[in-house]
Design a protein around this ligand. Structure first.
Ligand code: 4NP
Length: 157
């Protein structure tokens, strides 16, 4: 079983959307028995909350229902998950500060290592911006999730 954790700051905008998109791919490709995912935030600012309305909206417009409740990233996540995918470089540095110990460094990756350009850029935080930003975020995450899943399938055949 391959286990993936998507991480952002608040765990209400980007990472729960990534989780929803990735799960949709897993369902479509019948891979949900081999690969699972979850999401978390490096802060506890929104612990227990459903995703942001605009993440829920863009997900729903694309046939995805988000039910995740925000939770903070915890040290145990390094043991629970095989891959940890940060939405931006500050997420990655916050995760590293928690103390990675035995976690394989090459399995802590930026989401945009999997965009079509392998750009390693940030998935910009749409929090506080208009719905348009959430739509842009969705597009990027959709492309990255597609490529990331293909990568996992190749790695783990
Ligand atoms: P996210 O967006 O990290 O994509 O969930 C944010 C949501 C809330 C806050 C920051 C980013 N906040 O500071 O409350």
């Amino acid at each position: 079983m391959v286990k993936v954790l998507f991480v952002c700051l608040g765990n209400i905008c980007r990472s729960p959307l990534a989780e929803g998109i990735f799960n949709q791919f897993l369902d479509t490709k019948n891979l949900n028995k081999n690969i699972i995912c979850d999401s978390a935030g490096t802060s506890d600012y929104h612990a227990g909350e459903l995703p942001h309305n605009d993440s829920m909206r863009v997900a729903s417009e694309n046939g995805i229902t988000l039910t995740h409740r925000s939770r903070p990233f915890v040290k145990e996540d390094f043991e629970r998950f095989g891959y940890i995918i940060g939405m931006d470089s500050s997420n990655i540095s916050n995760i590293k500060k928690i103390g990675m110990e035995s976690f394989i460094p090459s399995k802590l990756l930026l989401m945009r290592a999997f965009d079509n350009q392998k750009s390693n850029r940030d998935v910009d935080d749409p929090w506080g911006y208009s719905f348009r930003k959430f739509e842009e975020c969705y597009k990027i995450l959709h492309e990255c999730c597609d490529n990331f899943l293909n990568y996992l399938v190749k790695e783990h055949n």
